[in-house]
Design a protein around this ligand. Sequence first.
Ligand code: COA
Length: 425
Amino acid sequence: MTKALTGVRILDFTHVQSGPTCTQLLAWFGADVIKVERPGVGDITRGQLQDIPKVDSLYFTMLNHNKRSITLDTKNPKGKEVLTELIKKCDVLVENFGPGVLDRMGFPWEKITAINPRMIVASIKGFGPGPYEDCKVYENVAQCTGGAASTTGFPDDVPLVTGAQIGDSGTGLHLALGIVTALYHRTKTGKGQRVTAAMQDGVLNLCRVKLRDQQRLAHGPLTEYSQYGEGIPFGDAVPRAGNDSGGGQPGRILKCKGWETDPNAYIYFITQAPVWEKICDVIGEPGWKTHPDYAKPAARLPRLNEIFGRIEQWTMTKTKFEAMDILNEFDIPCGPILSMKEIAEDQSLRATGTVVEVDHPTRGKYLSIGNPIKLSDSPSDVQRSPLLGEHTDEVLRDVLGFSDHQVAEIHSSGALSPPQKQAAE
Ligand code: COA
């Protein structure tokens, strides 16, 4: 079986999290991803949040599997020549530099497409065209400007960001789809094109249910929000809804046995209408099946606090896993709050390759997330991230076809060394 993207070559100028998420996905699917890094420095995350001194951080290794790394100073004249040759040999250039960086490097879209008309240039920026297009952006800026923060948290407290990296990794996912779409289009047109994904747009796309609710507000209160039952009036913008479900089936996070000492002894419980009668039986309230205040979904909406309070009395008598087992028997949708420790130890996630153990020459063994997207006929394995510049000579020789003499010439030009070193020389 061949990997799905075998034969696709990616010139990877990404760094930090958003872009590397995208190119790692493409690499998992078999693309040859050549990561271009600044000599001596590399992707800044190699040295960030280091748990072992002088060893590539988990931040870096977990976002750069299955790639090759070359170092190249693209501001050096010889470096620019090498970059030009790489553009000729690659299918896609991916970057998430700050605004204008690629132009300042001397490689605007017009030049790249002139060098290689089949080249797809894919970019992540913080914002699309408009007042903020020149701004640099990190994860939480995108969460705040994309609508996530104003709708996350509790109504009487400050806006919250979420641990899921929807701005960085979320936009990386969007960009990956844009790239494979452009590659597919190229099979018909023979031409490349530009693909752009703004982090604000990516977050907003993931928050679309909140824009739905914003428009519903014009027609009355949002009756499935807890604050409706609590008699708290709605303002003119969608409020934060705590752990309310966000869909048409009310849900909450409820305490389970051990919650007093275990910060994750909770379960998400959904009072899905089709299984309401089973819920009543499980929690010991058979009378609610026919009582006019509880029998129908609309009657329950103003009473969600009371209903979930009663359900919680039941969940508190079970561990989250016992509750899950019992509720699943009755087809009642629920999910235990799993800690990262529990996920790391989960054998079923290991079995599917979603959590994998990887060996690294300087770090040793560590856990990572494997490809969460499974293709039936195209395998996807996880190979360790490259050391800085590990494949520079290999790429110069095998991809660009340079002779030993040419490789030596490039080395002596300083294009592969940190700029300070050049100055000293
Ligand atoms: N050789 C020579 N120079 C290189 C190089 C190479 N191989 N690779 C990068 N550089 C230079 C660039 O030319 C640029 O120099 P310039 O500013 O003189 O033109 C500089 O390194 C890096 O630029 P930048 O991307 O702006 O890095 P930064 O560390 O200042 O900012 C971000 C980081 C993430 C804020 C910024 O890249 C950004 O806003 N990216 C878009 C949004 C995004 O993806 N954010 C999330 C990241 S997880």
